[in-house]
Design a protein around this ligand. Structure first.
Ligand SMILES: NC(=O)c1ccc[n+]([C@@H]2O[C@H](COP(=O)([O-])OP(=O)(O)OC[C@H]3O[C@@H](n4cnc5c(N)ncnc54)[C@H](O)[C@@H]3O)[C@@H](O)[C@H]2O)c1
Ligand SMILES: [Zn+2]
Ligand SMILES: [Zn+2]
Length: 396
């Protein structure tokens, strides 16, 4: 039997690569004849992993991380009909059964059958059903026929793997943020956050035809990355209030649509940029979005945060000025991105060169061993999306 190694969460601030079990077509006692075993081709580090690694969740010691997975099918379970050994596939980070009411409605981020604790599951994530993560050499993917997106041509896919690896999460997630905010041709958009999700969202806004995409963050290198593909930027350490900074760019202090690509670890603006202020993005986007505008919220908000700034925030209660959003008839859209609603269309946008998503988020390929350093650098604000290549399969 093959050996397997994966990235384990050890304690706040620490991950390590350790030997782990080779996957089975099962999760504990639950048989997964509908699943496949993948040899992983690429698996990305995500800002969502960082919430756990920073100790901001109840993730247990030894949790194998990794929900952004692309791989080669090396074994297919008895009940898998259409996915075959040898297929190169993208795995949506949401695990979905394809059989429940929510899956049937396309709401695969809140599948009812994959997590006894609550709707919705993911690989390698706290409170998300106990499925083993894929920052490893091999992983099991359940409900393979339903979940997996097969690339039409393996050689072509390997040439574009730096882009295609982003289909498992951040490209669809950024795109979903833009779609749910109502971005379309001619829109003027504000994207909060220039991490990989914010940058993927900004690139998606361009794909959707936005006229102006303004990205705000406090990290100059990340803002420079946003400018590299045509975004306007606001450095929130010294350009406040946000409405004035937006007016400097578009002549009026408001936008049509806004997307929160930050989440609950948000920092304050201006002099408060070093302090955590979890409601900052939600309140500031209500302030700058025009009446009738839409607000997409892919940034993660939690039901429990042991490291929160105050007692209310420890339970996920934030001081949000909802009255302002109500008065402006804003629409809000939260939650996990239902990846498979978008991944095929975005795959084609990549394969037919309509978008340069790897360039936009600055993909950097690293080995499994280098993932420990990758986590550190990402936490330090590197303007990069780290993609682990556990078997050395990705061409230079
Ligand atoms: N909804 C989903 O399905 C989904 C999927 C993937 C990621 N996420 C979430 O999206 C968020 C972003 O992910 P990422 O990988 O880009 O993370 P990241 O941590 O790399 O990026 C967050 C960025 O926000 C910036 N920031 C902090 N406070 C800010 C503020 N007030 N205004 C503007 N920018 C601010 C930070 O400097 C950082 O660059 C995370 O919360 C992640 O968990 C959600
Ligand atoms: Zn992710
Ligand atoms: Zn389901």
């Amino acid at each position: 039997m093959c050996k397997n190694h994966g990235v384990a969460y050890v304690k706040p601030g620490k991950v390590e690569v350790r030997e782990i079990d080779y996957p089975k077509l099962a999760l504990g006692d639950r048989k997964c004849h509908h699943g496949v075993i993948l040899k992983i081709v690429s698996t990305n580090i995500c800002g969502s992993d960082q919430h756990m690694v920073r100790g901001r969740t109840t993730a247990p010691e030894g949790l194998i991380l990794g929900h952004e997975i692309t791989g080669l099918v090396i074994e297919a379970g008895r009940d898998v009909e259409f996915i075959k050994e040898g297929d190169l596939v993208s795995v949506p980070f949401n695990i979905a059964c394809g059989r429940c009411r929510n899956c049937k409605e396309g709401k695969t981020g809140i599948c009812l059958n994959v997590n006894p604790a609550r709707p919705g599951a993911a690989y390698g994530y706290v409170d998300m059903g106990g499925w083993v993560g894929g920052q490893s050499e091999y992983v099991m993917v359940p409900y393979a026929d339903f979940n997996l997106l097969k690339f039409p041509d393996k050689d072509q896919a390997m040439e574009k793997i730096r882009d295609l690896t982003l289909l498992s999460d951040i490209f669809p997630t950024g795109y979903h943020g833009a779609v749910t905010a109502g971005v379309g041709p001619g829109s003027i958009v504000y994207v909060a956050g220039a991490g990989p999700v914010g940058l993927a969202c900004a690139a998606s806004c361009h794909l959707l035809g936005a006229a102006v995409v303004i990205v705000g963050d406090m990290i100059p290198e990340r803002l420079a990355q946003a400018r590299s593909f045509g975004c306007e930027t606001i450095d929130l350490r010294n350009k406040t209030p946000l409405a004035d900074a937006i007016a400097e760019i578009v002549g009026v202090p408001e936008v049509d649509c806004a997307v929160d690509c930050v989440g609950f670890e948000a920092r304050g603006h201006g002099a408060d940029a070093d302090k955590e202020a979890p409601a900052t993005v939600l309140n500031s986007v209500m302030d700058v979005t025009r009446a009738g505008g839409g607000i997409g919220i892919p940034g993660l908000y939690v039901t429990g945060d042991p490291g929160a700034v105050d007692e209310a925030a420890k339970k996920g209660s934030l001081s949000i000025r909802l009255g302002l959003g109500w008065a402006k008839s804003h629409s809000f859209h939260t939650g996990q991105c239902p990846v498979m609603r978008y991944h095929r269309q975005l795959m084609n946008a990549i394969l037919y060169d309509k978008v340069q998503i790897a360039k936009a988020v600055n993909v950097q390929i690293i080995s499994l061993k280098e993932s420990v350093q990758g986590y550190k650098d990402f936490d330090g604000g590197a303007a990069k999306k780290f993609v682990i290549d556990p078997h050395g399969l990705i061409p230079n």
